[in-house]
Structures are given as C-alpha cells and as structure tokens.
Write a protein that binds this ligand. Structure first.
Ligand SMILES: Cc1cc2nc3c(=O)[nH]c(=O)nc-3n(C[C@H](O)[C@H](O)[C@H](O)COP(=O)(O)O)c2cc1C
Length: 194
C-alpha cells in the first residue's frame, strides 16, 4: 500500500523550502538511459506556476539527460536513504545504470514519465526544464516548472511538513559536507511577539 498522495502544485514549493538534500532523476528522450544524482543546492523561485532552481553541474551525466529530454525529477529522501544519497552523489551514471547497481525501485512519474522514488522518500516532483539561452552554458543552475508532485502522508499532510518522533526515518536530510547529514530536527513554532 502506498502512503503517497498528490500534492497541490500551489504547495509544491514547500517540499524544498527548507533546503533538503534531494535526488535528481532524469531520462533520455528515447527512454534508453536513466540516471539519478544527489543535489544539496535547490530552492523555490516562483509561486505561480511553481518554479524551482537547482544546481546541476554542467559536467554531470544528469545535465546531459536533462538537456536531451527537457525534464528532471526531484525525489526527497528520508533519513533512511542517507547512504543511498551519498552513493549516487559519488559516481556517474555514464559508467552504468545506478538504479540497477543500487537496486533502486523507481516508479514512473504521471506527467513526464520520469523515474520517481517512493520507498524511503518523503516526496517527489516532476519538473519541466526551462531552457535559458543566456545562462545555459555559463552556469550550473537549472530552472524547472513543477508539473506534478506527491508526498508521503505520514510526513507531509495538507500542504505542511509534520516532523515527529514516530516518522524520523522519513524526515528530510540536510548535507553538512563529506557525507555528514543532519535530520530536519525538532520543530520550533514561532509565536507572535509582544
Ligand atoms: C550530498 C551530496 C550533495 C550534492 N549536491 C550537488 C549539487 O547541489 N549540485 C551538483 O551539481 N552536484 C552535487 N553533488 C554531486 C553530484 O551528485 C555528483 O557529481 C554525481 O556523481 C553526478 O552524477 P551523474 O554524472 O551520474 O549525473 C552532490 C553530491 C552529494 C554526495
């Protein structure tokens, strides 16, 4: 039974608002190649339609596939997938299919047909790549429009994250460097001053 449910696109930006490490998925236009890499640098940049920015090094295989297909997926791993996030971020898919190598069970995204991960992940998004002629060859930053999103209801409900003691394995991870991550951590609810 899946715990994943669609996320309204107006809430999609909240999935990466707090800066989790994500897994970027991609596929070639003809569907013969697919790939996955880790990315610590991503952020929402537009409300409507929801658009995000993500840094995908120009040298990566991921970038090659994103340019080829015009799309990329963002999967948000829970703490249980920290080892996998580190592994797919230290090796290139040019050398072989990382999904097979790491026995990653991927589903197919409903709108763009991208590989998306549910087991061990808190959420995923499919993004249509927005080519920017003046930045494309100069910068590693890529822009994308979110066209579908879903999240595990045990950790994200009604457009809000809910981090609790009983869902730590699904809590997002944040990269400190050199394979060290922290959990999203304890929630602090801000109260009105005065
Ligand atoms: C935790 C972690 C975070 C990373 N963050 C980024 C990032 O934000 N942008 C980036 O271009 N590479 C990042 N990397 C490096 C890529 O994941 C790495 O270059 C990867 O091997 C590229 O794979 P590919 O050639 O199969 O696309 C990160 C690696 C790790 C382990």
């Amino acid at each position: 039974m899946t715990h994943f449910h669609p996320v309204a696109l107006e809430h999609a930006s909240r999935l990466i608002n707090h800066g989790p490490t994500v897994l970027v998925t991609s596929r070639s236009k003809d569907g013969s190649r697919r790939n996955i890499m880790a990315a610590a640098w991503s952020m929402p940049v537009e409300f409507t339609p929801p658009r995000i920015a993500i840094v995908i090094d120009k040298k990566t295989f991921t970038r090659e596939l994103v340019k080829d297909s015009g799309a990329f997926g963002i999967c948000i791993p829970g703490a249980a997938l920290a080892d996998l996030a580190y592994a797919v971020g230290n090796g290139t898919g040019r050398d072989g299919d990382k999904f097979s190598h790491y026995r990653i069970d991927a589903s197919t995204g409903p709108v763009l047909g991208l590989p998306v991960l549910e087991a061990g992940c808190a959420a995923w998004m499919e993004c249509r790549w927005i080519p920017e002629a003046h930045t494309e060859d100069a910068y590693d930053t890529c822009f994308g429009e979110v066209v579908s999103a879903a999240a595990d209801e045990r950790v994200f409900q009604r457009g809000r994250w809910s981090f609790r003691d009983d869902n730590r394995a699904l809590q997002t991870i944040h990269h400190l460097g050199a394979g060290n991550f922290v959990h999203a951590g304890q929630v602090i609810q801000a109260r009105p001053l005065g």
